[in-house]
Write a protein that binds this ligand. Structure first.
Ligand code: ATP
Ligand code: SF4
Length: 324
C-alpha cells in the first residue's frame, strides 16, 4: 500500500496500565496501516488488547496509564502530538468515531434517541439545531430506522434498533474511519446478520474505513478485507482475509480457525486449550509458547520478530523463519 492511500497508520504502539500487581502490558509493538475505504478485522480472545488499540486511536484510554509510546498518524499527521483540545476539536467524532463495546446499553435513558444521535452536531456552530436534526434523521434512515424513532426513548427500541441507533450516532459527522468494538455481540444471530448487512451497505455508500474489533474470526472475516490476529497484546498475524483463512501461519490463528465451526465445520466453538497469559508477567520469548502445540526451545527464550505495517501476509512465529 502506498503512503498516499493510507488513512491511518499505527506504528510501534506500546500501552501499559497500572494495576496493583504491577504494570499490565496491554499492547506491545503494535503496528497497523488502514487504507481508505478498507476494513480490517482485529481478532483475538478477551484480554488480547483489541479495545486498548481502539481506545489508543481515539485517545480515550483510561486514566491509569502507566506507559504509552508509539505514533498514530491520520492522513500523515501524528495524532499523539495533538493536545486533548485539538484532538477533540478536529479528530474525535469528526474524522474518527467509535462504537464502544456495549454502547447500545449505555445510551442515555432519559434523552430522546434523535437528540443523542444529533448531539455530536450540536458542537458544530455552523449548523443550526434544525439542520442538525435534519442530518440526524437522514442518518436514521441510512441505518434503516424511520424518522419516527427520532422522538423515542432508548427503552422503546429493540436491541437491533438500538444498535442501529448507536451506529447512526457514530456516523452522523461523516467520519473517515469508524472503530467498531464487538458491534453485534449482544444481539441474537438473526439480528447480528442484519447489522452485518447494514455495515456492508454503509461502508460502500459512505466509503468508510472500518476497524472491526471482534473475538469472532468468522464474523470479522465477513466484513473485512484484511485480518490482524492479536494475542496477548501483540499482532501475531496479519494478512488478507483469504491468506489468513486459507493459509493461517501462526499456530494461534490455526487454533482460532479450528474453533470457528462456521468456517471450517471443525472443533467446538471458541475452545483453545490453555489460558491467556498474565500480562503483568507475560511469558518470556513467544507469548503463546505455553499454549503452543509446536513450541520448541527457541520459542521459550526469544520473542519472534515484530510485524511491520502492511508487508503482505506476515506472522510473528519462529516456525516461519526470520521474516516472512
Ligand atoms: P475484551 O474483548 O475482553 O474487551 P480486549 O481484547 O479488548 O478484551 P483489552 O480490553 O484491550 O482487551 O485489555 C488488554 C489487557 O489490559 C487485559 O489484560 C485487560 O485486563 C487489561 N486492562 C484493560 N483495561 C485496563 C485498565 N483500565 N487497567 C488495568 N488493566 C486493564
Ligand atoms: Fe509456537 Fe514457537 Fe511459533 Fe510461538 S514462536 S507460536 S511457541 S512455534
Amino acid at each position: 500500500m502506498s503512503m498516499a492511500s493510507r488513512l491511518l497508520e499505527v506504528t510501534d504502539l506500546n500501552v501499559e496500565y497500572s494495576s496493583r500487581a504491577g504494570p499490565v502490558k496491554a499492547l506491545e509493538s503494535v503496528s497497523l496501516a488502514v487504507g481508505r475505504a478498507e476494513t480490517i478485522g482485529i481478532v483475538g480472545e478477551s484480554g488480547s488488547g483489541k479495545s486498548s488499540l481502539g481506545l489508543s486511536i481515539m485517545k480515550l484510554l483510561p486514566p491509569n496509564i502507566h506507559a504509552f509510546s508509539g505514533v498514530v498518524r491520520l492522513e500523515g499527521s501524528d495524532l499523539t502530538r495533538l493536545s486533548e483540545n485539538e484532538f477533540r476539536r478536529t479528530v474525535r467524532w469528526k474524522k474518527i468515531s467509535m462504537v464502544f463495546q456495549g454502547a447500545m446499553n449505555s445510551m442515555n435513558p432519559v434523552i430522546r434517541v434523535g437528540t443523542q444521535i444529533a448531539e455530536p452536531l450540536f458542537f458544530d456552530s455552523s449548523l443550526s439545531r434544525h439542520d442538525a436534526e435534519r442530518v440526524a434523521k437522514r442518518n436514521l434512515r441510512a441505518v434503516g430506522l424511520s424518522d419516527e424513532v427520532f422522538r423515542r426513548y432508548p427503552h422503546e427500541l429493540s436491541g437491533g434498533m438500538k444498535q442501529r441507533a448507536v451506529i447512526a450516532m457514530a456516523l452522523v459527522t461523516n467520519p473517515k474511519l469508524v472503530l467498531l468494538d464487538e458491534p453485534t455481540s449482544a444481539l441474537d444471530v438473526s439480528v447480528q446478520a442484519q447489522i452485518m448487512n447494514l455495515l456492508k451497505k454503509l461502508r460502500t455508500e459512505m466509503g468508510l474505513s472500518i476497524l472491526f474489533i471482534s473475538h469472532d474470526l468468522a464474523l470479522a472475516s465477513e466484513l473485512s478485507e484484511k485480518i490482524a490476529v492479536m494475542y496477548a497484546g501483540q499482532i501475531v498475524e496479519f494478512g488478507t482475509n483469504s491468506d489468513v483463512l486459507t493459509h493461517p501461519l501462526h499456530p494461534y490463528t490455526q487454533l482460532l480457525l479450528a474453533s470457528a465451526p462456521r468456517l471450517t465445520g471443525g472443533l467446538s466453538p471458541g475452545f483453545i486449550p490453555g489460558i491467556p497469559p498474565d500480562l503483568v508477567k507475560p511469558p518470556a520469548g513467544c507469548r503463546f509458547h505455553p499454549r503452543c502445540p509446536y513450541v520448541f526451545e527457541r520459542c521459550k527464550n526469544e520473542d519472534p520478530l515484530e510485524l511491520v505495517p502492511d508487508p503482505g501476509h506476515s506472522v510473528r512465529c519462529w516456525l516461519h523463519g526470520e521474516k516472512e
